[in-house]
Design a binder for this molecule. Structure first.
Ligand SMILES: Cc1cc2nc3c(=O)[nH]c(=O)nc-3n(C[C@H](O)[C@H](O)[C@H](O)COP(=O)(O)O)c2cc1C
Length: 336
């Protein structure tokens, strides 16, 4: 997308084989978040027009169709088109699993070569794959051979350790593999979620290294203005914010409104309360609700403390103390 052409974020993202996503404002996949109440609430509020599943790890074999169907069930139930994400190290298993995901109803399939979590990288999956660009190329070509005219993509960071890996090794492999879309998170794997001063310059370099390819931008997209700035400055074709949605689940809808010139009223405490109530009604675990309230209000806020008191009052016997929460959408260590 050229500078000033940000309106295209509202246009459908046309994919191979006659498929498309309704617009180019996509919810970034979030393992341990994109599930259950999160999916039902964002869908019901029309805060998203498509979904992107967290990674499904393919390790020892191709999951049976019933297992793939169970994995995709919340997304199929939501009724929106969705990208299904895979992760693994065995190219032939990944190719067969991609085929299975399409058979189970996925709109597109995405290969995760970006996850920096130690539990993933010590098994040579996720971000570790960036150290073997030829493996990425071969795996995408195998996936292509397995799925034919269906859209496939890959998620990468700018490198394992250095961003120079992207231009020298990773981008050439991607150009040869020609996936239908490439998502770039502008950090390296070793940078985890550290602040980087030149995220947009990195994304612009990725744009230059992948001419003509559909590029989806990721990294520090917390406000509609951040999204517009990345689109304008880096020429990405689409964006996929993640943590910004935890602070404001309406982020994509607000961005769409900004682009249409019809500003939405501010996301109010009533909106937050209503969203949390909806998540609770949809069976979200207490830990998720607490973490979500902390994201929405800020932990130091009186609203968060009120919510905590309310939740404690109604669920006294079962509520775990916050320091022992089990399900947490945004623990700092849970970073991808
Ligand atoms: C809790 C959490 C879970 C994530 N899970 C995934 C995942 O399953 N697959 C993936 O490709 N990225 C995952 N990510 C990474 C995000 O999609 C995104 O690329 C990254 O957070 C940078 O974007 P942001 O700064 O807008 O959050 C996750 C991020 C978070 C915070």
């Amino acid at each position: 997308m050229s500078a000033g052409d940000v309106q295209k974020l509202l246009a459908p993202l046309i994919l191979r084989g006659g498929t498309a996503l309704p617009c180019r404002l996509l919810p970034g996949p979030m393992e341990a978040v994109t599930d259950g109440a999160w999916i039902t609430q964002l869908t019901a509020h029309k805060y998203v027009t498509s979904w992107w599943t967290p990674f499904l790890r393919i390790s020892t074999g191709v999951p049976r169709p019933s297992r793939l169907a169970a994995h995709l069930k919340p997304f199929l139930t939501a009724g929106l088109p969705f990208i299904a994400q895979l992760m693994g190290t065995d190219g032939s298993l990944l190719a067969a699993a991609a085929k299975g995901l399409f058979a189970a109803g996925a709109t597109a399939v995405d290969l995760n070569c970006a996850c920096p979590m130690a539990a993933v990288t010590r098994n040579s999956a996720g971000g570790t794959c960036l150290q073997k660009p030829s493996w990425i190329r071969e795996t995408l070509l195998r996936m292509r051979a397995a799925v034919g005219d269906r859209p496939i993509g890959v998620k990468v960071r700018m490198g394992w350790q250095e961003t120079s890996e992207f231009t020298h090794d990773i981008a050439p492999a991607l150009r040869e593999a020609t996936p239908d879309f490439v998502t770039v998170h502008f950090r390296t794997v070793c940078e985890q979620y550290q602040p980087v001063p030149d995220g947009h310059a990195r994304m612009a370099a990725a744009r230059e290294a992948l001419p003509g390819m559909t590029l989806i931008g990721s990294g520090d997209l917390f406000t509609p203005q951040d999204i517009v700035a990345m689109a304008e400055q880096c020429g990405v074709d689409a964006v996929a914010p993640a943590r910004g949605l935890l602070r404001n689940p309406r982020l994509l809808a607000e961005t769409a409104a900004l682009l249409r010139g019809t500003l939405l009223p501010p996301y109010s405490d009533d909106d937050r309360r209503e969203f949390l109530s909806g998540c609770a009604a949809d069976g979200a675990p207490h830990g998720f609700l607490l973490q979500m309230a902390a994201n929405l209000y800020g932990k130091a806020s009186s609203q968060f403390n009120d919510f905590l008191a309310h939740l404690t009052a109604i669920h006294q016997p079962t509520l775990q103390p916050p320091c022992h929460r089990s399900a947490s959408p945004t623990p700092p260590s849970r970073t991808i």
